[in-house]
Design a protein. Sequence first.
Length: 98
Amino acid sequence: MKIKFKPLADRLVVKPLEEEEVTASGIVLPETAKEKPQKGEVLSVGPGARDEDGDRIEMDVKVGDKILFAKYGGTEIKVDGDKLLILRESDVLAIITE
């Protein structure tokens, strides 16, 4: 997916990875009954925050990384019908290395 905007400072754009949830008896749960996803793929990253001297602090995440993020972090937006999140790098809990 190509997005037409670039996040600022230490923000990143993430596509949440929805996992289909099925109960033990085989019933597929609708979206309204699911937990908010906490995994996502990084689509775009900002240039990084600035320190007290005005120098950029390099981002630890990069485009294509799969991440775990805070459950209620970020701002949800819709782009071309897709749900995306704009998060601060501090909302990222881990990079998935599988």
